[in-house]
Structures are given as C-alpha cells and as structure tokens.
Write a protein of this length. Sequence first.
Length: 221
Amino acid sequence: MQDNAGLVGGVGSGYLDGIIDGLVRDGFAVSPGFAPVSLVRALRKEAMERDQSGEFKLAGIGRRQDHQKDTRVRSDRTCWLKAGTLAQCQWLEYMEALRVAVNQSLFMGLFELESHFAIYGPGDYYQRHLDAFNGNNGRLLSVVLYLNEGWQSEWGGRLRIWPEPDASRIATEVEPRAGTLVTFLSEKIPHEVLAATHERYSIAGWFRCNNTTADWLDPPR
Ligand code: OGA
Ligand code: MN
C-alpha cells in the first residue's frame, strides 16, 4: 500500500481498499454509499433532462459492425456521457481514483473509461451476459452506479451476479439503490438486470485497456 493511501482522503478513497479486496477474492465488489447523495441527484437530474431532450436511444449489443439492437436481450435506453457538467466531472474524478488504485494494486493496465446513463422503464431488462468476451472490446473492469433514491425492494430491478462465466448458482443480487457502486471483472462475471416495476436509473462504465498501436486505432465505439 502507498504511504498516503487512506490518509489524505481523496475522492472515494475510503472505498477503494474494499473494492480491490472484493475484486481479488470474488471478481466483484458491492459498495453501498460510494457516491454522495448530492452527486447522485445531480447525475439523475442530468439523465432526466437529456432524456426529455430525446438524447437517449434504445441500447444496442456489440460494437461497430457487430452492433445490433435486440430487445430480446436488453430493452433499456442509454445515452453516452460527454464530460462538461460538474456532476460528470465529479463522477470521472471518482473513477480516476479507482482506476489508479486498481492499477497500483492489481496491475490491470486500465487505460480509459467509457460510460453511459441507462434508463430501464418498467418491465425493461438485460439478460445474462458478460461485458467482454476474449478481449473483443478491450473492456477489463465494469462499474455500475445506481441513481435511485427511495428504491423499494419489491420494485425489483436487481442486478443478479454469477461468480464465473459458466456458473449456474448465483453469487449475489444487488438492489439499485442511490449511491451503490458495483465493480466487477468484465470478462469473468456474468450478470443480468431483472425487470422492475419503476423507472430505474444508472450509470454503467467500462475501463478499457489501450489497444491502439502504430497501425491500428482502437476507439471505444
Ligand atoms: C450493462 C449492465 C447493469 C445494471 O449495461 O452492461 O449490465 O445494473 N448494467 O444496470
Ligand atoms: Mn453488463
């Protein structure tokens, strides 16, 4: 551990050791209260405004030439973050602290983050999937931050997590409560979003490795 880790209290620093321990032990970590309510509110407000102005699109699966819309697999709507607001900058600051801590402890070589808002309307879902498969999209580490204040258990909308790609028994389920951050290894941890009875807001993000070389440019999408 670095001398100053945990002492200076940089953004999210109180959570970073727990996240790293979880990743090592289980391949995932669940951190209730990771983001403060003020930030969660600002991000949710932004998502709602951008939704009102028609910026959300039916989510796709795969990227570039493989990109397809298949509502049998997922039915949520998404909108990519484009930095510029204070709330987004704060989110990026938290994620940068996480990126640096994970690289220092686990040598994962996390390079850049791509993230989008997602809205699941009542009945929307995302079937069991992995966020990356054989390094296809450079995604190494996935994060999900929930933006739902006052979420009730009976509304559903849990994130179901399995411990490894072929597992049949689940590892845990997470309620999408405001401020909870879920972090997991993109290639190892299958997960599924269960349908909810209420609108469900989140930010999903992926830390990617750097696949760009002298003769191959590898943009996120
Ligand atoms: C995803 C995803 C989980 C969630 O967007 O790939 O799995 O709980 N999201 O929103
Ligand atoms: Mn996913």
